[in-house]
Design a protein around this ligand. Structure first.
Ligand SMILES: O=c1ccn([C@@H]2O[C@H](COP(=O)(O)O)[C@@H](O)[C@H]2O)c(=O)[nH]1
Length: 235
């Protein structure tokens, strides 16, 4: 299956495999990728990834590993052994953790993209400061993205609000995978640093992660088609 040109990654945040596959079966693996996150993976395990691979999807395994270097490198290797397209760690786990993970993949010649979460898109400046970070979310994202680049990873998870700055800081080839995408008509829910799909692309995001705007829509496929139309108008 050739890689989709689309930047869209649909987050299959479901509590059971049946619901996730029901949506996956309505999606076209030539037109989007899918994301398996903590809820589905904790309930179902690698079976979810296998079922999506059988359907031809490239899978982003979004487990955001955060632990000591040896443990995270082992988990990243285990994800890559499942053949996932992308896996991630928390950049706040530090340089040695990220380097160990990137080196583990390189040593085995595994082509899974490895990226790092900078600051969760659900956090605004005030909430971040409660955790002991004194500057703004943007300053922390810049710091962690630079560390991620220096540690040899392929890109970051950030908000689309930071995409333009990170393209400048880390180069166009450094992936900017952005959740917190909200069509103009959608509520922000628990997300804080949000952007619309077209604004996110204009800002320089390389990939857009979209969950509830599609999965919780009354008609998920119509919601997705609307997003695709918005993006097509840009090109
Ligand atoms: O900073 C982050 C990192 C990961 N996510 C994940 O993306 C989706 C977003 O879902 P929506 O329903 O579109 O809000 C979800 O799976 C998160 O775990 C994120 O939102 N922010």
């Amino acid at each position: 299956m050739p890689a989709p040109e689309s930047p869209l990654i649909i987050a299959l945040d479901y509590a059971d495999l049946g619901a996730a596959l029901q949506l996956a079966d309505a999606l076209d693996p030539a037109r989007c990728r899918v994301k398996v996150g903590k809820e589905l993976f904790t309930r179902v395990g690698p079976v979810a990834v296998e079922a999506l691979h059988r359907r031809g999807f490239q899978v982003f395994l979004d487990l955001k590993f955060h632990d000591i270097p040896n443990t995270v490198a082992g988990a990243v290797e285990a994800a890559a052994d499942q053949g996932v397209w992308m896996v991630n760690v928390h950049a706040s786990g530090g340089r040695r953790m990220m380097e160990a993970s990137a080196e583990r993949l390189a040593k085995r010649g595994l082509e899974t993209h490895l990226i790092a979460v900078t600051v969760l898109t659900s956090m605004a400046d005030g909430e971040l400061q409660e955790t002991g970070v004194s500057g703004s979310a943007l300053a922390q994202v810049e710091r962690l993205a630079t560390l991620t680049l220096e540690s040899g990873l392929d890109g970051v998870v950030c908000s689309a609000r930071e995409s333009a700055r990170l393209r400048e800081l880390c180069g166009a080839g450094f992936l900017r995978v952005t959740p917190g995408i909200r069509p103009a008509s959608a509520g922000q829910g628990d997300q804080r640093r949000v952007m619309t799909p077209d604004a996110a692309m204009a800002a320089g995001s390389t990939h857009l992660v979209i969950g509830r705007a599609v999965t919780q829509a009354a008609d998920p496929m119509a919601a997705l088609a609307d997003i695709e139309r918005t993006l097509a108008r840009r090109s």
